[in-house]
Write a protein that binds this ligand. Structure first.
Ligand code: NAD
Ligand code: ZN
Length: 245
């Protein structure tokens, strides 16, 4: 492992522009279940049954109850060493972008500012009638389903659900950044939601070198040059220490 970390560190030492894509695994050590693990289940529903526009149309209360359960877990969670190291890393390179699929807000809590939350944020809601986007930080929620602060209409979590399209502005700026990236690190993502694979291929076709951090087999291995097998909270601090040397 030590040798592989040194190889990855060498790539980072030579990099001017660095991008990182994080997934649910990066928050696992903060006690937030990933979707694919067995703890990701709630009342025997899988996330694919709940995080969809169809599920919300059918039963908005059920969907909000699931989010309330997730918000309760996230509210008590603290950033771990991976989030903390990533917040420091944004000042180590000329250009840096953190792209996260996580909706828990822990990167921001750890101090990251060069960040794109491509799947939204669990503390934000959006009105399905007038489109108003607003923060909903109270836990427990005073009212479920949540109502719009502007028009009183039904509001939904401001989160990208299965089957929905990415915000073209956000994803466009991510692609633009990846055109000139020397190194892309992917961490804690299974790649089953396909976006990290797509973004990784864009970066690689422009010459970026790809490092993947994950304790288990995953889809990113196919496109990465270096696979660091371990937990994000352990690998990120070791990697940063190695490239700063
Ligand atoms: P995923 O659940 O599909 O996969 C998680 C990956 O993390 C797995 O490959 C697993 O091996 C790996 N992993 C587990 N523990 C790890 C650790 N300590 N360090 C590094 N890796 C570890 O997650 P995904 O690819 O992010 O896709 C799931 C979707 O669900 C995303 O769109 C995301 O928005 C959403 N989600 C978000 C959160 C969150 O905000 N914390 C939690 C669950 C799901
Ligand atoms: Zn409204």
């Amino acid at each position: 492992m030590d040798e592989t970390i040194q190889k990855a560190a060498l790539i980072l030492k030579e990099s001017r522009s660095v991008a990182v894509i994080t997934g649910a695994g990066v928050s696992a050590e903060s006690g937030i279940p990933t979707f694919r693990g067995s703890e990701g289940l709630w009342r025997n529903f899988s996330p694919e049954d709940l995080a969809t526009p169809q599920a919300f149309r059918r039963d908005p209360l059920l969907v909000w109850e699931w989010y309330e359960w997730r918000r309760g877990i996230i509210k008590n969670a603290e950033p771990n060493a991976a989030h903390e190291t990533l917040a420091l890393m944004e000042n180590d390179f000329t250009d840096f972008l953190l792209i996260t699929q996580n909706v828990d807000g822990l990167h921001e809590k750890a101090g990251s500012s060069k960040i794109k939350e491509i799947h939204g944020n669990i503390w934000t809601a959006r009105c399905i009638q007038c489109g108003q986007i607003f923060r909903t930080e109270e836990h427990p929620l005073p009212e479920k389903p949540v109502k719009c602060i502007r028009c009183g209409g039904l509001a939904r979590p401001h989160i990208l659900w299965f089957g929905e399209s990415y915000d073209p502005e956000i994803i466009g700026s991510v692609h633009a950044f990846l055109e000139n990236t020397d190194c892309l690190i992917t961490a804690g993502t299974s790649g089953m939601v396909h976006i990290p694979v797509t973004l990784g291929m864009t970066a690689r076709s422009r010459g970026a070198r790809i490092i993947d951090i994950n304790p288990a087999d995953n889809e990113m291995e196919r496109i990465s040059e270096i696979n660091l097998r371990g937990k994000a909270g352990e690998i990120f601090p070791l990697l940063r220490e190695a490239y700063l040397k």
